[in-house]
Design a protein around this ligand. Structure first.
Ligand SMILES: Nc1nc2c(ncn2[C@@H]2O[C@H](COP(=O)(O)OP(=O)(O)OP(=O)(O)O)[C@@H](O)[C@H]2O)c(=O)[nH]1
Ligand SMILES: [Mg+2]
Length: 288
């Protein structure tokens, strides 16, 4: 990954439509719930949202925190909280974990709630849930409503249309399709592909895995070597991948099956089998 221009240029039509709908719907909501994958929260920031959201109060959710490096999540949590918004660290697959979001919605809409309460009127609060594909928006909505109302799945672009979901406590949530932007940087593209926010079939899995191994050797070497029972040697990422082929007997006509090994390593990362890993390193991104 040498050049700065991304080799991934993926911006399907349904995302343009989703962004247009967000632009309309944002006017009807009190709060925006901006879901970020805790393993790459900075890479998940969609520059297209800045203009769409304007000054709307935001609840940043560092989701999939159960898969991310806790010390990095803590730093990112403080970083997003410093923007004057609320930032919550979450595992949306854990039943009822999202309750803290309800209190956050009430906090951000307190003025409006008080105004109507004084008139003796109960009002419905509305929130729009946004984020890159596969970061857990629909899972979070299901968690909050306690039922499977929004379709979920472990690959990107499961939600294709915006959908309102009513909660019991006078709150309505708008599920939106995951959106990307057309011109992301090489680093962002790589991170989004590693966390499976970009479809696997448009990215060379071998190259992606080599990028991941290079990162892991720099930042999580012990965890990486231990997962594949490898020795610390002065060899390249490709040579490490070859050793994994050897260990796992991933062979094709007697030759190392790099593609299969690459998919296995990426799957191990995504299922947290290598360890709790954060790709976006706070210190190298945020220089205060
Ligand atoms: N470990 C873990 N997995 C999660 C969490 N939240 C969601 N997932 C999983 O991530 C995958 C994607 O979840 P979705 O809710 O479909 O993601 P989405 O953001 O709605 O995706 P799109 O609709 O495609 O944009 C599913 O397999 C979920 O089970 C979490 O906090 N922790
Ligand atoms: Mg969804």
């Amino acid at each position: 990954m040498q050049d700065n221009k991304s080799k991934i240029n993926w911006f399907p039509g349904h995302m343009t439509k989703a962004l247009r709908e967000m632009e309309v719907n944002v006017k009807a909501v009190d709060v925006v719930i901006y879901v970020l994958d805790a393993r790459a929260p900075y890479s998940c920031l969609n520059p297209k949202f800045t203009k769409i959201l304007g000054a709307k109060p935001i609840i940043f959710v560092l989701n999939k925190a159960d898969l991310a490096d806790d010390s990095q999540t803590k730093l990112w949590q403080q970083y997003f909280a410093k923007t004057g918004n609320i930032c919550i660290t979450l595992n949306s697959t854990y039943t009822n974990s999202g309750k803290v979001i309800i209190s956050a919605i009430h906090t951000l809409a307190q003025k409006k709630l008080n105004k109507y309460a004084n008139k003796g009127v109960n009002i419905t609060l509305r929130a729009m849930v946004i984020g890159v594909p596969n970061c857990g928006k629909s899972t979070l909505i299901n968690n909050l409503c306690g039922r499977y109302k929004a379709k979920t799945g472990d690959k990107p672009s499961i939600t294709r249309n915006t959908q309102w979901v009513k909660l019991e406590n006078m709150i309505e949530l708008l599920d939106t399709p995951g959106t990307l932007w057309p011109d992301f940087s090489e680093k962002t593209a790589t991170n989004l592909a590693i966390i499976n926010s970009v479809k696997d079939d448009i990215v060379d899995q071998g190259e992606l895995c080599i990028d991941f191994i290079n990162f892991a050797l720099k930042t999580y070497k012990t965890e990486f070597l231990s997962r594949y029972d490898l020795q610390d040697e002065d060899i390249t990422a490709v040579e490490y991948l070859e050793k994994i082929c050897d260990r796992r007997k991933f062979l094709l006509k007697g030759e190392p099956d790099y593609e299969r090994a690459a998919r296995a390593v990426l799957d191990d990362f995504r299922k947290c089998r290598i360890g709790k890993i954060t790709l976006d390193r706070y210190d190298s991104i945020v220089r205060e």
